[in-house]
Structure formats: C-alpha cells, structure tokens
Design a protein around this ligand. Structure first.
Ligand code: AHR
Length: 659
C-alpha cells in the first residue's frame, strides 16, 4: 500500500504550508486513556445475497451438482439418452442421472454444465473433478470422458482438457480426477460424456479448484477469502440477513441442514432469487456446501469471533402480514432447541451429539463461540415475545454466551424506539442496528452515539452502508461518508462494540442489492472504496479511545465544523496514536492535531498519513479498473507534538503518530 507520491493529488495534502485559511485545531488529550476498543469492533457481515456463497466464495464450479433444483436438470444441457432417477445414495438429495447408450456409435450421450455465470478457469491451475458413480449393469465397466470446454470458441476444438474415468463397481463410489487448465476463461463449461455402450449412474458432479483457501477440498475461492482476511475482521456475522428468516419458515436458513457430509445437505431456495422482481435470478439456490462448519472454520482462519444468527421463528416480516406465517409460541421449543444445539455444535465436548458431529467433520477442538444473534430485522411485540424463551434457555444452559437482539430494520422511528427498551428489559447483551441511509443521514449522524444510554445493552452496527440515490454505486462519495460516520463509532467504543458494513459480496452478473463491499466475477476481485475505509479502520483500530476535541467539542461534522469529522485512538502495545479525520466538505481544510497532556519531556518523533481521496466523487473501482481508488501513504512533519497540514476536499485521512 505504501506509495511514494510525487505527482498525484495526495502530494498536495498534509504537507506543512503557510496559514492562509482558518486552522482547525484539534486537541488529542493524552493524559487520560479512554475506553478499550473491543477486538470485535470492526468486522464483516456475510449473507448469501448477490451470489455471495454458491457462485461466489464457495469455490464449487458446478451449478446444481446434485440435480436437486426443482427442475432437476436446471443448469445442465443434456444430449442423448439421459434419465433423471430419484433413488440415489444420499437420502436428502435423492436425484441423480443415468447416462445410457445413445443408440448409434456416432451419437453421444453427454451432460454439460456451465456453472453459475460460466465456469471460470485459469491457465495452469488444476481442478478436481469428482463424481459419485456406479455401473448400471453389474460387471460391465463403463467409462466417462470429462472435458473442460470453451463452448463459444471459433477455434478448431472446443475441449482443451480431457480425462477419462473408469467406473468399476456396481456400488456407489466417489471417483476423482485432476484436470489442468490450459486456458484462462471466464465462461468455460464442463462436459461429461458416456463412452461405449454400458450405462452409468452419476450423482454429485463437482469441480473445484485444487488451490482453494487453505487448500481445503470443500473449500473457498482463495482470492475472495484473501480479501476478507486482509480486512483483519474481529467479528464475522453470518449467514444473514433476511436469509435467516426466509420468505416463509420453510425456506429460512436452517443451520442443521448445512452440516455433515456435503453430498447430503439438502438444497434450499434462496429468498433473494425473487425478492426484487426487477432483479430476478431464477437459478439462485443454496447448496449449503458453505455451511456452518465452514463458516466457523473461516472465522477461525480470519481470527474473528463468530456471530451466527438463527431464526427466532419469525418469517420475513416484510413479506408476511399474516401472523400465521410465524412459528406459534406454543411450538417455539424446536427453534429454541436449534439455537442451543448450535452452541453445542460449536463448543460442546465430543461426547455430546453435536460436538461429536463437529469432531467427525474434522474439528475436535471447540470453536469457542461467544456470541449468538436471535432473529434478524424483526419488529413489533411479536419479536420480544419470540425472543424471550431463547434468552431464558440460553442464559440457563450457557450463561457466558452473549445474545444479540434486533432494533428492527430502521435506524430510528417507532419500532426502533420500542425495541431498544425491550432489548434492555430482556437483557440482550448487544442490539443490532441497521442503517442503509442516504448521504444527509450519514452527514447528520456523527454524534449519534454520544448520548446513548451507557447502562443498556451494547451497540452492534450490524448492517450499514451509505445509499446515494442516482446511478452510481460503490463510488467514492458514499465511502467517504461512511468513514466520517465511523468516527462516531470509534469515539463511542465504550458502547459500540461491533460494526459490520453490508452486504459483503456481489457477483457483477448476479447482484440483487448494491452497494456492496467486494465485487467479483468468475476470475477477478474488486475491492471498493468502502472496502478501503473498513480496512483503514481495522488496520488502525488501536486499543483505547483518546479524547479529541476542536474548540472543546467532539468533531462530528456539526454546522460549525466545516464538514470535518474526527476521532482518535492509541495503540498501547506500540505507543502509536491514530487520528482519523474525514473532510466531507468541498474545500481544503487546514488542520492541526496536537497531542496534549503528555508527561514533561515526552516527544512524539515522527508521523505519516494514509489518505483515501478522489477528486471525482463518482469514481469507483471496477473489474476494468480495480485500483483506481486506493489509500496512499505520505510522510508528515511533527513539531512540538503537533502535526499540521491541509486536508484536501473530500478526503479521509488516518494520521499515524509514532513515539
Ligand atoms: O443486506 C441485505 C439485507 O438488508 C439484509 O438481508 C437485511 O437484514 C437488510 O434488510
């Protein structure tokens, strides 16, 4: 990230210059170290929206690999003698295909899959093809030919990699072969031909890159997981979002269906398939290949605490007016039990039912789960009513687990005002607030948490993003406003314990919702300007808040503060001070930051700044230009424990001051 800037716009900023304009003098009080910043302060919220899981982070390249989409051959082209049968080896995914002789030696029986928006392949990379298969006629070995193809090529041959497998048993068995791609292609396809006349049964047809995140077979796309890892998240909320609730209870996210052997995890309808009819994606289902075990494992890899969210028995309240859509209170026990079982799955000893399953899946040690969310965006009295039995049961069985409740879908208003006291009454440890709000809201909320109840539950800003009306998305301006707003989270770290931007991922061809933190196609990743804002906060998180004022007041963008927002923290492990300043105005602002209250003779010796800035407020990182907006570093002068300089219009700056 470190770049020496010479001719770029950042060259003009934060270099000491004569005092022509008004100086904004910010004072950082060093005498008294403030509230600790929780390790969970900056994190990630993952939801399977915008093809974030299947077709995204989950590295499987075959769509509808188990033939369980409601149209069983959805995603497959079939030619010749192909039948779908339903007495396969996996109870919860019973369908499979039978490939029989096409009837003539010059005809084919073949199935072809084009993945989700195509199969992305990289030249030189290897891919593991696997399939469960059996002979149809005992003792009649049969062969399949597996090909990676460019179905759209104008060249001589479509197939550029070919391998053969002999199916040597009448019993269902898993067969594998590794294919090395000789091409880089966004939209390849996989073809499986029957060779010869002996019929074969095929189930769970899969293709994975061998080079997944941490090399796991049922693994994650490495480049996308790396983008998460680079954010160093402290908390990871999953699996949603509205997906937890489902359009109906039948399609809610049911964690128990997502664990155990991957071949036997039943398919779920993804509610984002049709939630926005103007962005209808008919092939959006959840294979649950990325399930709760994989989520916990990812959290562990990322060094983040897991925050799983479970259904509280309320189907999506936006989509259901009829109270009968929800789980009746006299039948809520099974939902409560699901939550208790989840804690056992994560933390239980291996002689418990669910702890044993965790161990069988490859993780004997507990995952050390500390948090659980009950419900997503719920509202009205029906929510506290449903939440209460969960709180009672969890407190009784697992008194150390922290419970996250909801304040509804809005950042303020009647429901919000009703739910916060209710969460306090029920003893929720944290309350999840969501705000997808416009620019003026973000500009007006710098002091949002300054007067919150210090004796109530802690705040989890669980889903937020600045939504600017108009045609541009994930451009620089909303990211800047998010950065400005986040100074208020940081200043109030005594009560704000977690914050996660939303949503996390979006496939450029399959999104339902934007803006999003990370965009991708089958081969590339785009880290947005908002991503870099999150990264700057998590990188320069610090350990404790330091009081920062301008003219004796916190810097919250109020009407006398010229569009400035600021906060500061210290890192007690290395003595550094991090000051974050957002200039949301259209003018350069001359700012000085003075460290006050230092012990006599104490002098901070050097400083630098990391700057995120764009003259073009509509500029955005994209597949074609992924690095347009990036933080850059510049060195600063420090004199008498004071750093000063001009911050250009529309810039977010982190000043790092070293002892
Ligand atoms: O992040 C997209 C959706 O926004 C989430 O599913 C929901 O919680 C919120 O309304």
């Amino acid at each position: 990230m470190r770049k020496l800037l010479t001719l770029t716009v950042a060259c003009a900023m934060l270099i000491t210059m004569s005092l022509q304009a008004q100086t904004h003098e910010m004072i950082v009080q060093m005498k008294k170290v403030g509230a600790p910043i929780q390790s969970t302060m900056y994190g990630l919220f993952f939801e399977d929206i915008n093809f974030a899981a299947d077709g995204g982070l989950y590295a499987e390249l075959v769509q509808n690999r188990s033939f369980e989409f409601p149209q069983h051959l959805y995603g497959w082209k079939t030619v010749g003698n192909v039948q779908v049968l339903d007495n396969g080896p996996f109870e919860r995914n019973p369908h499979y295909v039978r490939l029989g002789y096409a009837g003539h030696k010059h005809k084919f029986t073949v199935i072809e899959n084009s993945g989700t928006f195509g199969i992305g392949l990289k030249e030189g990379a290897t891919y593991r093809f696997s399939v469960w298969a059996r002979q149809v006629t005992t003792g009649a070995p049969c062969k399949i030919r597996v090909e990676l193809c460019d179905p759209y090529t104008n060249g001589e041959r479509q197939a550029f990699v070919t391998q053969r497998l002999t199916i040597d048993s009448k019993e269902w068995k898993k067969y594998e072969v590794v294919l090395q791609s000789t091409r880089t292609l966004q939209k390849a396809s996989l073809r499986v031909f029957l060779e010869g006349q002996q019929a074969v049964d095929l189930e769970h047809v899969s293709l994975f890159p061998t080079d997944t995140w941490k090399g796991r077979e049922n693994g994650l796309r490495k480049d996308l997981a790396q983008a998460l890892s680079d954010l160093k998240p402290g908390i990871f909320r999953f699996p949603g979002g509205c997906i937890v609730e489902g359009t109906d209870l039948e399609t809610r996210y049911n964690w128990k269906n997502t664990v155990g052997p991957v071949e036997n995890r039943p398919l779920n309808e993804n509610r984002w398939q049709y939630t926005f009819p103007y962005r209808y994606l008919p092939d959006y289902y959840q294979s649950y290949g990325l399930g709760f075990f994989e989520f916990f494992q990812l959290c562990e890899d990322l060094g983040a605490d897991a925050l799983p969210v479970v259904s509280c028995g309320l189907a999506c309240q936006f989509q259901n007016d009829d109270p009968a859509a929800h789980q009746p209170m006299d039948k809520i026990d099974s939902y409560v039990q699901d939550a208790l079982d989840l804690i056992e799955f994560a933390n239980g000893s291996t002689d418990t039912k669910w702890g044993k399953l965790r161990a069988e899946m490859g993780h004997e040690a507990p995952f050390n789960l500390k948090y659980i969310g009950i419900g997503n965006e719920q509202w009205d009295a029906i929510y506290p009513e449903h939440l209460e039995p969960f709180v009672k049961a969890i407190r009784k069985a697992y008194p150390n687990i922290k419970i996250v409740g909801s304040s509804g879908p809005n950042s303020e208003g009647d429901q919000f005002d009703y739910l916060w006291p209710e969460m306090k009454r029920l003893g929720a440890d944290l309350v999840d607030e969501h705000f997808y709000r416009p620019a003026d809201w973000f500009l007006s909320q710098g002091a949002r948490y300054d007067n919150y109840d210090r004796k109530g539950p802690k705040v989890f800003a669980g889903e937020y993003a600045c939504h600017i009306t108009g045609k541009k998305y994930n451009h620089f301006y909303p990211a800047l406003l998010e950065a400005a707003f986040m100074t208020g989270l940081e200043r109030n770290a005594d009560i704000v314990h977690m914050a996660t931007y939303a949503p996390l991922f979006a496939h450029v061809e399959g999104w339902q919702w934007r803006p999003d933190l990370i965009w991708f196609d089958n081969l590339n990743v785009v880290r947005t300007a908002s991503y870099y804002v999150q990264k700057l906060y998590s990188t320069y998180k610090g350990t404790n808040v330091l009081n920062l004022t301008m003219n004796g007041k916190p810097v919250t963008g109020d009407s006398e503060q010229d569009g400035l927002f600021a906060s500061s923290v210290m890192n007690s492990t290395n003595g550094k001070v991090y000051v974050k300043v957002a200039n949301t105005s259209s003018n350069n602002q001359y700012v000085s930051v003075k460290l006050e209250g230092l012990k006599k003779g104490k002098n901070y010796k050097s400083a630098k700044a990391v700057v995120l800035q764009s003259d073009d407020l509509e500029a955005e990182n994209s597949i074609d230009n992924p690095n347009l907006i990036q933080p850059v570093e510049i060195d600063l002068q420090i004199t008498n424990n004071t750093v000063s300089g001009s911050i250009p219009a529309h810039a977010f700056v982190v000043v790092i001051i070293n002892e």
